[in-house]
Ligand binder design. Structure first.
Ligand code: 1GP
Length: 426
């Protein structure tokens, strides 16, 4: 059985059908066998009204496809997926006008049998997650033909690019395509937190991390199942564009989010930008001044912008953020002030609240504070600053943090990325 690990939580399996004469029986036996190998036990499948499979007594999403002698199963922890395996056949050429629009056909520069099969397979895979929205025959699905020869391309039903089709395999015999929803970063944070995921984010400062370190960091982030990468620091970096570009090349499945310390730290190459206001301080420049200046250069069409209330609490020593923002951190003992600041942020419409003890803090945000803030706000709560042990990460999650951000510690001990990532499950 071949295994494709898409992310920590999405896996695809492929195999040839078992031997035999009766095709139906072979498919059924192969499916049972593959499911047993994936889950290590017998699992029961059931089928929804639209014929799509789901697992009895288990929470994972599942998608199944077979074609000729091939079988594929996709399993996903937090979101629906659609997988399709398709044998490459001559007859696809005759069928092309049935499943592709004239526009799509005109835009397909190389209408080879393989490319046509990829298009067919992508529409099938998207259909599996879109259901009725896709039309009875998937006729409402449009593919982004520019990228059809790439391993990832967009598909849409009305709304621009809301699906992503990944080509896992293509050869003269068969193609395998996996489709997922192309969610915004904010949707994805919420999706994960409601599914009970402890969201772990790595903070990278382009000033401190040489580009040559990215490949090995990427391997660790993939292995540790890191959910997001924040990119930012207190000073600017001339390299930001290249840094984000390279990073996205190495971790295509992990959203890259800008966490800018100032106006020079903006690039439209990232997936999202935290549009933050330092609400713990009283410096008008940090509350609204910089944001007005940023508004002049931001293009909402090109980047997902998430308004965030940033609350700096005392981490036991003067932080770089205090210096750069010209604000004072609130003492952690001033629980009421901190909780009210978070509530005010939420009431002002901020979609995230970040409780920050400052990079390299001697004492991270206390679990009690996290708990108090969490009990009063329903927007996702991020906690960071000075977290350097699995225990501290566990305490922050246990107290109610939806996301924990670690920067410094991973800079010094990159090998711990995997350790922290895996320790979340325990
Ligand atoms: C800083 O909260 C982040 O903004 C991370 O802090 O570098 O101390 O992990 P550390």
């Amino acid at each position: 059985m071949r295994h494709y690990r898409i992310t920590d939580s999405i896996h695809v399996y492929f195999d040839c059908l078992v031997e035999g004469d009766d095709k139906r029986k072979r498919e059924e036996l192969s499916k049972q066998k593959m499911l047993r190998e994936i889950f290590g036990e017998d699992v029961r499948l059931a089928y929804g009204e639209n014929g799509s499979p789901y697992l009895f007594d288990r929470q994972e999403y599942i998608s199944i496809s077979h074609s000729k002698d091939y079988l594929c199963i996709a399993v996903s922890k937090f979101e629906p997926v659609g997988v399709d395996v398709e044998q490459v056949q001559q007859r696809i050429d005759k069928l092309k006008s049935k499943f592709m629009t004239n526009d799509e056909l005109q835009q397909l520069t190389h209408p080879s049998l393989q490319n046509l099969t990829v298009c067919w397979s992508a529409k099938e895979a998207v259909y599996k997650i879109a259901g009725n929205m896709a039309g009875a025959y998937g006729e409402r699905i449009t593919l982004c033909m520019d990228d059809i020869e790439e391993s990832r391309f967009a598909a849409m039903i009305g709304i621009q690019n809301q699906y992503l089709a990944r080509v896992l395999e293509r050869n003269d015999e068969y193609v395998i395509v996996l489709a997922t929803r192309n969610r915004t970063v904010y949707e994805s944070i919420n999706y994960k937190r409601f599914a009970g995921r402890k969201i772990l984010t790595v903070l990278l400062d382009p000033e401190k991390i040489p580009l040559t370190d990215l490949p090995s960091l990427a391997i660790k982030m993939n292995e540790g199942g890191i959910d997001f990468v924040f990119v930012g620091g207190s000073s600017g970096s001339a390299l930001l564009d290249t840094f984000v570009d390279e990073l996205k090349r190495y971790v295509p499945e992990i959203p890259v989010v800008l966490f800018p310390g100032n106006l020079t730290q903006i690039t439209h190459k990232a997936d999202a930008l935290l549009f933050l206001s330092v609400i713990s301080g009283r410096n008008p420049e940090m509350l609204i001044g910089r944001q007005v200046a940023a508004a002049k250069i931001l293009d909402e069409e090109q980047i997902d912008i998430i308004p965030m209330g940033y609350i700096l609490v005392d981490g036991g020593r003067k932080s770089a953020v205090e210096r750069a923002s010209g604000t004072m951190a609130i003492p952690q003992t001033n629980v009421e002030e901190i909780v009210s600041t978070a509530v005010a942020g939420k009431l002002l419409g901020m979609q995230l609240i970040y409780l920050e003890a400052g990079s390299g803090a001697l004492s991270p945000v206390s679990p009690l504070l996290v708990q108090q803030v969490k009990s009063r706000i329903n927007v996702p709560l991020i906690v960071g600053g000075g977290i350097c042990s699995v225990e501290q990460m566990h305490s922050a999650f246990a107290a109610g943090a939806d996301m924990v951000v670690v920067g410094n510690h991973f800079e010094q001990h990159p090998e711990d990325i995997v350790l922290f990532g895996k320790a979340r499950e325990n």
